[in-house]
Design a protein around this ligand. Structure first.
Ligand code: MTE
Length: 323
């Protein structure tokens, strides 16, 4: 870590640094899709997600039954739009990474479960997915860049993984780590970023019903650009907390320093709970752009999940909970 050259503040990542007023507006989205349309023949041949489902060893687990307890009053983001608009810096610091992400080899995929647990172990992703009953949940997904989607994720509660991992009572945090392979993920050759991508939550947050380990989306195994084969979804937090392509889960008594917190500690923190009243240092968080319509709508505290999560933070008012 010490050898990593920190980026200057002004140089923080192209898109996480992009001010709200230059984000995609409706016309740009249509234009962007038109551009994508130029490559549409290629895109259909190598559908930005379609191809993998048939070959995936867990394909038979989908579609998972929808859990009606996790519904929302918003239209789902169309799959094709979602598949072609992603943040996955391992494959580039822009949104059109879907083709590059196909280089990721996700089978086999071993995961380490270690740190403050009864007994550390390695588990293959397929084994894990088959052990856990999968379900589908409709979740809001709100990026710190002020755009939002609504996604039908499939997966299992993070609390089920806690039960499997058997953390010790001394564990206070869960730390997640993405793969590290600069040959495949050429974004990882950008040495000023603190690879691998790391995220973390408290044990209390990890045990909350909403914390979800995602293995699929849109009724299929996860497309690579979504963070195959397994990622997190923490819908009350800004999207950067929802780490993709998890290789290692570590239980610890030390608060993890996450990727974006390391890159820009003045702008991105550990908690990152959604709050319309706490602006990003360079833009407002009051509104969000619904990605597929371009419509601007008011952002909600905890992204609309306050009833389920506000209690987690009642004794933490000294913390910077909303960045
Ligand atoms: N996980 C990894 N490993 N690398 C990333 O660059 N980007 C984060 C998060 N998880 C990211 C990541 C950010 S900033 C967001 S908004 C979401 O993934 C984007 O998820 P999506 O592409 O499925 O919308």
């Amino acid at each position: 870590m010490a050898s990593i050259i920190k980026q200057k503040d002004w140089a923080i990542s192209e898109s996480l640094a992009t001010p709200e007023d230059v984000f995609l507006n409706r016309r740009q989205i249509v234009k962007g899709l038109g551009m994508a349309g130029l490559g549409l023949a290629a895109a259909v041949a190598l559908r930005p997600g379609g191809a993998l489902a048939a070959n995936d060893p867990t394909a038979d687990l989908y579609p998972a039954e929808r859990d009606e307890a996790y519904m929302i009053d918003r239209e789902l983001t169309p799959e094709d739009i979602n598949l072609m608009y992603n943040n996955f810096y391992e494959f580039g610091s822009h949104k059109q990474i879907w083709k590059a992400a196909q280089a990721l080899k996700t089978n086999p995929w071993d995961m380490e479960i270690d740190g403050l647990v009864e007994k550390p172990f390695t588990i293959g992703f397929e084994d894990l997915a088959r052990r856990m009953g999968l379900e589908e949940r409709l979740y809001r997904h709100r990026c710190v860049e002020a755009w939002s989607m609504t996604v039908p994720w499939s997966g299992f509660a993070l609390s089920d993984l806690l039960a499997l991992a058997k953390p010790l009572s001394s564990a206070k945090f869960v730390r997640f780590e993405t793969f590290l392979d600069p040959q495949v993920a050429t974004g990882q050759k950008q040495r000023w970023y603190p690879w691998p991508y790391v995220e973390g939550v408290t044990m209390e947050e990890a045990g909350n019903d909403l914390a979800f380990l995602v293995t699929g989306a849109y009724g299929k195994p996860l497309a690579k650009q979504f963070g195959a084969p397994i990622r997190l979804a923490l819908p009350w937090k800004y999207g950067f907390k929802s780490i993709k392509s998890i290789k290692r889960i570590t239980f610890t008594d030390t608060r993890p320093v996450s990727f974006w917190e390391d890159v820009g500690p003045n702008e991105y923190g550990f908690w990152a709970n959604v709050n319309p009243d706490v602006p990003h240092r360079r833009w407002s968080q009051a509104q969000e752009r619904v990605l597929h319509t371009g419509e601007s709508v008011p952002t909600q505290i905890y992204n609309g999940y306050g009833d389920q999560v506000a209690h987690l933070y009642k004794d933490l008012s000294a913390e910077k909970l909303f960045m």
